[in-house]
Write a protein that binds this ligand. Structure first.
Ligand code: UD1
Ligand code: CA
Length: 496
């Protein structure tokens, strides 16, 4: 009966993100340290938003503006709205929750889920299971717990001899016997809204840190004859609390491994997942092979049957089916068409669009430029602000001179244009369909269709120049090397 009623109660979610995170030893608040390409708190917001709470909120304090921005961005990305409460002084997790009270005005009966902002690996499925347990048990509060090998730093779960949950004791307040307990508080809770706030008002600050602790509501609610549940979760890694840089690195590793495992399960080959960094928002099609130390970031989407070479870094980049990126390519905000071949050592900057079958070779930089189907720039070039048609060949050492010191200008190469090596295209400039530009040219004017354009000083050939030079050099060094003895002899002969 009770559980049926509870199921209809609205769910609210609250993220605690006001703390500084002293153990990070950072000028930047802990919540904003990046993990898998997003601020730590963003992952928690996403997990909470996945449960579609009727109200989503956060408590902020330290660097409130920046934290608010990060939380809003994450909520926005998840299609959720979010409200904020301020905690001006960080007087503990219980105090932080109390600061949120105005946000729940007039709510009536509700379940409040509370999440520490530094538990970034938590999965929505786990939160859902905790919520179900909480509602089924008819508890006033449910604390998510787990067993860890090294419980130091965490609040310990204290149970009585019959195993009933009694309290959470913080590490710094724990007796030596309690310190040996390996079941810990993960910092994730469900609570009956009304019962929680009335219990919070009864918590004190008589502890090692002089703070108002959220977990202190457990014994208070039990004394009132209400139910407090410890919901034991078996994956300790998922509820890792990130307090210092070592834990940040560990959480990052787990996040990347998770994404790699999902992708491998969907048919992607990852040669060495332990040193491959694929962010959670990245998609990869089946039969793509990803080599070691590749980093795929942001909204990158890689198609099927592609090759991503070692040490490639792709940010917000789309890669079409069957494209091959050889080692050491960097691309951001670019589109690489199907069957394209890029690298090794190519740099695709924002606004690059490579159509189907384009080849971009080593030491080629492309910026805000489109290359049409089948066009090639295989070596040592800079292509910026260029519109390049189909079937063009751009020779080694070609440079679009797109900047005149004040503004950027466009280079247009129509279909089937051939640009000889070491050409400078001084923009704005256009080379019309099928035209050729001879090697070593500086093009400053439009080149008509099917014309040959070249700017070249006339070739001079000076016959035997090298031989003459060699003979001159020989004679000069012979004079220098004349033996001093001979000179002395000449002098002495003159004397006698
Ligand atoms: C907390 C728990 C501990 C648990 C651990 C799990 C308390 C008292 N202790 O300890 O039992 O094992 O998390 O990771 O709750 N915060 C505020 N305002 C404050 C203090 C903290 O918003 O005044 C926020 C922090 O930004 C953080 C979260 O609350 O996101 C937890 O704070 P933290 O100081 O990391 O608590 P722990 O010592 O890790
Ligand atoms: Ca913590």
């Amino acid at each position: 009966m009770a559980s049926a009623k509870r199921k209809d109660e609205p769910l609210f979610a609250l993220i605690l993100a006001a703390g500084q995170g002293k153990r990070m030893r950072s000028g930047r608040i802990k919540m904003l340290h990046a993990l898998g390409g997003a601020p730590m708190v963003g992952h928690v917001v996403k997990a909470a938003a996945a449960l579609s709470p009727q109200r989503l909120a956060a408590v902020v304090g330290n660097q409130a503006e920046a934290v608010t921005g990060a939380i809003e961005a994450a909520a926005d990305g998840a299609g959720a709205g979010v409200r904020f409460a301020r905690q001006e002084r960080q007087l503990g997790t219980g105090h932080a929750v109390l600061m949120s009270e105005p946000l729940w005005k007039g709510a009536g009966k509700a379940t409040l889920m509370i999440l520490n902002g530094d538990v970034p690996l938590i999965r929505p499925e786990t939160l859902r299971r905790m919520l179900e347990h909480h509602r089924r048990a008819g508890a006033a509060v449910t604390v998510l717990t787990t067993r860890v090998a090294r419980p130091a730093g965490y609040g310990r779960v204290v149970r009585d001899t019959s195993g009933s949950f009694q309290a959470i004791v913080e590490d710094r307040d724990a007796t030596p016997a309690q310190k040996r307990l390996d079941e810990i508080n993960a910092g994730l809770y469900c609570a009956d809204l009304e019962a929680l706030f009335s219990a919070l008002r009864k918590t004190g600050r008589d502890n090692a840190q002089g703070e108002q602790y959220l977990p202190d509501v457990v014994p208070i609610l039990l004394r009132q004859g209400l139910k407090a549940e410890a919901f034991l979760h078996d994956d300790a890694e998922e509820v890792l609390g990130v307090n210092d840089r070592a834990e940040l690195a560990r959480a990052g590793k787990t996040l990347y491994r998770r994404r790699a495992e999902e992708l491998m399960a969907s048919g992607v080959t990852i040669v060495d997942p332990s040193i491959t960094y694929i962010e959670p928002g990245v998609t990869v099609g089946p039969d793509t092979v990803i080599h070691p130390l590749a980093r795929l970031e942001g909204r990158t989407a890689v198609g099927a049957g592609c090759v991503i070479g070692a040490l490639c870094r792709l940010t917000d980049t789309t890669v079409g089916d069957g494209a091959v990126l050889l080692d050491l390519c960097v691309a951001s905000e670019s589109v690489i068409g199907p069957g394209a071949k890029v690298g090794p050592l190519a740099h695709l900057r924002p606004g690059t669009v490579l159509d189907e079958g384009v080849h971009i070779g080593n030491f080629v930089e492309v910026k805000k430029s489109r290359l049409g189907k089948g066009s090639k720039a295989n070596h040592l070039s800079y292509l910026g602000d260029a519109v390049i048609g189909r079937g063009c060949n751009i020779g080694a050492g070609t440079i679009t001179c797109n900047y005149d010191g004040v503004a950027k200008h466009q280079t247009i190469l129509e279909d089937e244009v051939f640009i000889g090596s070491d050409t400078q295209l001084v923009a704005p400039v256009r080379v019309r369909r099928g035209a050729y530009v001879g090697a070593g040219s500086t093009i400053t004017k439009e080149v008509p269709e099917y014309a040959l354009a070249l700017t070249r000083a006339e070739l001079r050939v000076i016959k035997d120049w090298v031989r003459r030079k060699q003979e001159e050099r020989k004679a000069a060094s012979a004079a220098k090397a004349a033996p001093p003895a001979a000179a002395a002899g000449r002098r002495s002969r003159r004397k006698s």
